[in-house]
Design a protein around this ligand. Sequence first.
Ligand code: LAG
Ligand code: CA
Length: 461
Amino acid sequence: DYTDPHCGGKQVIVHLFEWKWTDIALECERYLSKKGYCGVQVSPANEHVMVTSPPRPWWERYQPVSYKLHSRSGTEAEFTDMVSRCKAVGVRIYVDVIINHMAGLGRTGTGTGGSSFDSTNYNFPGVPYVREHFNPYCKLNNYGDPNQVRNCYLVDLTDLDQGNEYVRNSIAGFLNKLTDLGVAGYRLDAAKHMWPRDLTAIQQKLKDLPEGGRPFFFMEVIDQGGEPIKTQEYTPNGYVTEFRYCIKLREGINDFGRLGQAVDYGWGMTDSGHALVFVDNHDNQRGHGGGGDLLTHKNPQNYKLAVAFMLANDYGFTRVMSSFSFSNSDQGPPHNGDFSTMDVTINADGKGCGNGWVCEHRWPSIANMVAFRNAVAGTTKGNYYATNGELAFSRGNKGFFAMSKSGQMDKTLQTGLPAGQYCDLITDCARKITVDGSGNAHIVLNSNDNPVVAFIVGGPT
Ligand code: LAG
Ligand code: CA
């Protein structure tokens, strides 16, 4: 079973896209542990190409050169230090691993860890891999053919043959090394482009975590319907990314009445116990991998509502995106003159970051919903109320959530909660809510900054 994230029952991970290992270690200690985040999806940790044209794009990290732990985010020593410091405060690390392919055809040179490589001749001495470890070249242009999707070259990236025993052992060796360092699981990049049976064979070669249990797996399978490859082929291997939820959330924020159908199993969406859900990811927020009309930090008001709803809802295992600001879709992270990644600076109020880092995971209507999601885990929705612009529901008898598109709301609603005084989590108790003896409460929202209210039994009072 590959569905346990190993974080003591916590329910939310955050993708600190392109952050340096030194900054992630600090964020675990000073913030994520205190807010109840389960763990961090980190950018690829292994050696990758350095692309000069365009200058150092974010996507160069999706072209591996070797499995040495030396990337744009830092050295092996820095990585190791981050993993143990985060683990010590109860925050786990999940590594984005690229095992479908190596660098793109035609690319040659030296990687971030100093290894030479020559994709033209299928030579990656840093692993080592040679020609026999790759599938024979074919262009991937028909997503209606599962054989092409798995065996041909995704955007001309040299496609590894995961049916080959040496390749399986090399990949398993890479993952086992990460497991030894204390990593709790993996995001499998381009899982749709690998056969589920090969992933199973690789998983069977993996060690248990040092503290016991199988590593957590979530696989990137872009299934928006309309293609033969379905997320369900991969659920025996762990969680699977559910890209349809991104679309449903965007539609639902336009009209709250539709959020009741945000999860549609009739449409073939992944069952809740295997759906990794998110409002946007590092690809689709910039028009890559399954991109389209989605909500991102560039639309902050609607984005806050969408992420808050996702965290209040009872579907899937949730991932919060934390971005850097960008104006073109290739642009890499904020960088110094020598292209080294800039430090993350934290704003004085703690609710955002500087140096070009957005830090959505610190926005109050997102950050403070993590405690809500953790507190209500395992309960069902009740007392559901929705209009075009207002929405509210309870989670069992443990929590109540409401949001308003205009930021204005004035309604008396049944909360399903015991009588008492409650603190609004979003505003750190600046708003208080009284639940009367019959479970009703007068819900007042009057702020576009915090268009959400949430409170829990056993929370601050
Ligand atoms: C994915 N899904 O399985 C991501 O959705 C997708 O965004 C990743 O591509 C892909 N896996 C490979 O890990 C990303 C960029 C691509 C980029 C690729 C390799 O979205 O744009 O391709 O990473 O860096 C780039 C160029 C291509 C070129 C290729 C090979 O954009 O034009 O053919 O490099 O040289
Ligand atoms: Ca493949």
